[in-house]
Design a protein around this ligand. Structure first.
Ligand code: ATP
Ligand code: MG
Length: 453
């Protein structure tokens, strides 16, 4: 492990002013994990000093009061920004979100005891050469890391009642680091899950995104499905909902989570998969032969996804992209140039690529028969899509070799009819009936048709 120069400098400045100073939290956890398993991204520092003393000790540096009420300031140095916090003890949490008050202390162990999990409740001193000197680990975080175990500091029920966001943080850390959630911690997460309703939608969305992006996030969401359905109650009817048809071998809920696990770690794609079949229970119909079909479920799921993501205050663009993928997830995409140029025209290159990722992940979570038929088609389609994009083929109006000015210059009146002529030229290109070449397209666009005035 190599502590960056900036962090060493801040630690030294604090010590020179007579305060014990430590690296703390995530950076200690991640640097204790062997090798490159988890790279450190923030070197947080904690000092046994009152906030005013912190400020005085760091007066030679540019600082920002990022959380002054809680004794936190940020130091700006050439190699990055460092958050420095005064050691503190939190008062009671009567709102289930924030402490009512904080008190400053010079006891690092007291500060560590307010932190959420044993693996996050360690501090470390650094010697003059920048090497780790001592690890302060009052709650057995090191042992838990070695045993790959996630455990609350103190009584789990009390800790989740103080701040229910910790329930989702538990899933995120466990999923990211591949930890087993200790039984008492896991049981308390389930018992306290209703308190998540007190947490702001933005913070819930942030944590849900972090869990979805973690390597095994899907597996933890499947195991802790009652936590997930606290955030997305619309998924509750999917649990155990049988899909009696040749294409499926899992119930709707399991299929959904397995599909998330099959996808690359991209938030748009994983969110789309989490919501792609949420409308299935509502649209299910079983025929006399006992086969269940879900006609219209993509449209219903898309409408539900939009409501869910709005409620979670998901950013507008992400919402739009996820909803679009949900709506299109079941369209048949032929591995043919014409069909793929049409798809590119409708979705754009980025979303068309994601749609293939969604479809592949969806298929991989289906029956063997479904996989055998679909996967080769998807592979061909994807390869062809990449070729069309790489060749720079035209698939939207802005790619065309002509534009509105060319038509105006040839006496076409401005207005909707002009747009229709351009569209006719684009259609010819999409269908492979014309090259994307000026003269050819002008001939198509200027041909007499209903649009002529
Ligand atoms: P990450 O790699 O996700 O940043 P981290 O451990 O640094 O992991 P942060 O959310 O940045 O997590 O918080 C820094 C530290 O603050 C944590 O390691 C933990 O000790 C403490 N902490 C953060 N949030 C909470 C919370 N809600 N309850 C208790 N302690 C918390
Ligand atoms: Mg952090």
């Amino acid at each position: 492990m190599r502590v960056p120069d900036g962090a060493r400098e801040v630690l030294r400045a604090l010590e020179n002013a007579g305060h014990a100073a430590y690296l703390v939290g995530g950076c200690v956890r991640d640097s204790l994990l062997a090798g490159a398993e988890a790279a450190v991204h923030d070197w947080d520092i904690c000092a046994a000093a009152k906030p005013e003393e912190l400020k005085a000790a760091l007066s030679g540096y540019r600082t920002i009061d990022t959380g002054w009420k809680h004794g936190t300031l940020t130091v700006l140095l050439p190699d990055g920004r460092y958050e420095v916090t005064a050691c503190r003890i939190d008062g009671a949490y009567s709102d289930g979100r924030h402490p009512d008050s904080v008190a400053f202390t010079d006891d690092i162990t007291a500060d560590l005891s307010r932190r959420d999990f044993t693996i996050n409740a360690m501090a470390m001193t650094v010697d003059a050469d920048g090497n780790a000197a001592a690890v302060i680990d009052p709650f057995g975080g090191r042992g838990d890391l070695a045993r790959r175990r996630l455990r609350c500091v103190g009584d789990p029920d009390a800790r989740f009642a103080e701040d229910a966001l910790r329930i989702l943080r538990a899933l995120r850390f466990a999923a990211r680091l591949g930890l087993t959630i200790e039984a008492a911690t896991g049981e308390a997460m389930l018992r306290k899950r209703a308190l998540l309703q007190r947490i702001s939608a933005e913070r819930l969305m942030d944590e849900l995104s972090g869990i979805l992006l973690a390597e095994r996030g899907w597996a933890y969401l499947r195991e802790y499905r009652d936590v997930l359905t606290e955030l997305v109650p619309e998924l509750r009817p999917c649990v155990g909902f049988a899909q009696n048809n040749p294409w499926h071998c899992h119930d709707v809920f399991d299929h959904i989570l397995l599909s998330v696990g099959n996808a690359p770690a991209e938030l748009t794609v994983r969110l789309a998969l989490l919501l792609h079949d949420v409308g299935k229970p509502e649209t299910a119909a079983t025929d006399e032969a006992g086969v269940t079909r879900f006609r219209g479920h993509p449209e219903v799921s898309a409408a539900m996804a939009e409501r869910i993501l709005r409620r979670l205050r998901c950013p507008a663009r992400l919402t739009r992209e996820v909803v679009e993928l949900v709506r299109f997830h079941d369209v048949e995409v032929q591995p043919a140039e014409k069909a793929l140029r049409r798809l590119l025209n409708k979705l754009g290159a980025e979303q068309a690529r994601r749609l293939f990722q969604v479809k592949r992940a969806d298929t991989l979570a289906q029956s063997e028969r479904s996989r055998e038929i679909m996967l080769p088609l998807l592979r061909q389609g994807e390869a062809l899509l990449e070729r069309i994009v790489a060749e720079g083929q035209a698939f939207s109006l802005k790619d065309l070799a002509i534009d509105g000015n060319d038509l105006l210059a040839r006496g076409v009146a401005p207005g909707p009819a002009l747009g229709a002529r351009l569209q006719r030229a684009l259609d010819a290109v999409l269908d492979g009936e014309a090259e994307n070449e000026r003269e050819a397209l002008l001939a198509v666009a200027l041909r007499d048709g209903a649009e002529t005035r």
